[in-house]
Design a protein around this ligand. Structure first.
Ligand SMILES: NC(=O)c1ccc[n+]([C@@H]2O[C@H](COP(=O)([O-])OP(=O)(O)OC[C@H]3O[C@@H](n4cnc5c(N)ncnc54)[C@H](O)[C@@H]3O)[C@@H](O)[C@H]2O)c1
Length: 258
């Protein structure tokens, strides 16, 4: 019998770990890929037994490393779900962005998803599997971090490209766009302003920010048969941020109902 795998990149991070943990409910084994070897080994150990959570060290921006990753994965089983979750933002404004930062953000947040998908697509074809790309609300509107955001917008489009070209193989491709989630990636901003999460809440319809588990639940759903007619969409997990802003609605309508 085939061992059915889920592969999660950036799996040493907070969101990646939550996704790996959730996908273990519907897969024989979760392959946790990360560039940070020590962190991903610890994350896998923390999540559970070595035959359920397997760490693989790879740089998803490097084609040679992705090819080694694919070989290591082939020895473990067949991939039914690929989650491209590795991502990071380097510069907060266009004024702070140079060509090197632009290329690095494009490489990690967009090109890497193409590389891992092409490396693992044969397994996904065999099983009629699911690709899930972790985008961001930054790929849908302007919230800062321009190079990262342009790459995430590209990632949402890449998701549709896969959905349309690979639908005939039964492969579904969807994106998840989280709003603010308190993770390691926010450490510097939280250090600069300990109130940053409190201040962010007012812009969210639900007046709270999402958790890594909220994101993982959406990924679990999109990977499951419950979503078998859903492909090519971007699902915001953003507590209503991209729906609109109550404060602005109050100003425009002059109604206290907002
Ligand atoms: N935290 C948020 O507010 C938020 C909001 C929207 C979208 N996202 C997205 O969610 C995803 C996870 O974010 P997070 O906040 O958990 O980040 P994180 O920084 O906690 O984790 C990211 C992980 O990716 C790994 N990584 C970085 N470069 C890599 C590479 N080249 N190859 C392999 N692994 C690499 C890191 O080592 C790290 O473990 C990212 O794609 C991010 O853009 C996060």
């Amino acid at each position: 019998m085939k061992t059915i795998l889920a592969v999660v990149t950036g799996a040493a991070g907070d969101i990646g770990r939550a996704i790996a943990s959730r996908l273990a409910d519907s897969h024989d084994m979760v392959v946790m890929v990360d560039i940070d070897g020590a962190a991903v080994m610890k994350a896998a150990e923390d999540l559970g037994p070595a035959d359920r959570f397997v760490p693989v060290v790879a740089d998803v921006t490097d084609p040679a490393s992705v090819s080694q990753m694919a070989n290591a994965i082939a020895a473990l089983g067949t991939v039914r779900t690929l989650v491209n979750n590795a991502g990071a933002a380097r510069a907060v404004s266009l004024h702070d962005t140079d060509a090197d930062i632009w290329r690095k953000d494009a490489s990690l947040n967009l090109e890497a998803a193409f590389l891992t998908f092409r490396a693992l697509e044969n397994d996904l074809k065999q099983l009629g599997g699911a690709l899930i790309n972790i985008a961001s609300v930054n790929g849908m509107a302007v919230f800062g971090h321009p190079a990262y955001s342009a790459a995430k917008a590209g990632l949402i489009h890449f998701t549709k490209l896969v959905a349309v070209e690979y639908g005939k193989f039964g492969i579904r491709a969807n994106a998840v766009a989280p709003g603010t989630v308190r993770t390691q990636a926010w450490e510097a901003r939280a250090a600069a302003n300990p109130q940053v999460f409190e201040e962010a809440k007012r812009w969210y319809a639900l007046q709270r920010i999402a958790t890594a588990e909220d994101v993982a639940n959406a990924v679990f759903f999109l990977a499951s048969d419950q979503a078998k007619a859903i492909t090519g969409v971007c699902l915001p997990v953003d507590c209503g941020l991209t729906a609109g802003q109550a404060e602005l609605a109050r100003t425009f309508s002059q109604s206290d109902h907002y």
